[in-house]
Design a protein around this ligand. Sequence first.
Ligand SMILES: Nc1ncnc2c1ncn2[C@@H]1O[C@H](COP(=O)(O)OP(=O)(O)OP(=O)(O)O)[C@@H](O)[C@H]1O
Length: 233
Amino acid sequence: MLSVEGLRSKYGRIEVLHGIDLDVKSGEIVSVIGANGAGKTTLLRCLSGVQPASGGQLVFRGDDISRLPAHRRVGLGLAQSPEGRQIFTNLSVEENLRLGAYLFADDRVEKDMADAFAMFPVLREKRNLSAGGLSGGQQQMLAIARALMARPTCLLLDEPSMGLAPILVDQILEVVKSLRSLDVTVLLVEQNAFAALSIADRGYVMETGRITMSGPAAELIADPRIREAYLGI
Ligand SMILES: Nc1ncnc2c1ncn2[C@@H]1O[C@H](COP(=O)(O)OP(=O)(O)OP(=O)(O)O)[C@@H](O)[C@H]1O
């Protein structure tokens, strides 16, 4: 579904992605784990098109998207739930969701909103309230729901567990797992390595802008190097 070859990216003159190779197959949940500053967010931003790549090729469902602007990538079915959630705090919950569907003006938008409320009932209760008043967990739910309003076939999820209590992390991960049944493929980046690998089919380890290990998630969880460096066990 998504193939990344030799992806490079820079901030100013400083290169922070040094040639990333990665692929995501249809129906998979793939997790990228790595420490703070490894380049995970930059990777997702390059995939969604909000950060320019300085080299490499991105192919999404057979189309070379390397040079497409972000909104065209969304139109092809690649949506992102960004780091820090980035919800519009001065808009209502419902308005945030409608912004996720900005590409569409058909009847399906209402159905998609009903589906989002079925997935996250608390958002229905708060649909007319300001999104800025939501708790951290609820804001994360809104960020995922807003991305789903774009009808993605592949969802890029940046650090959904950040700042959440363990019980909320579990709840969010259950939702991520359930996306499989909606035919949404997931590329998840996380510092919370155990959480990310425990729901993934495959995983990649990123260190200072490079992929240093990859494999089935169960094998990565069992690998002594991963256990010591990322799982603290
Ligand atoms: N806007 C920016 N300008 C300059 N350097 C940046 C910028 N954003 C990130 N960097 C640098 O790029 C490198 C990769 O950062 P990135 O945020 O992609 O890592 P990360 O793995 O997502 O970390 P985190 O989990 O903290 O978000 C780091 O060295 C970071 O300091």
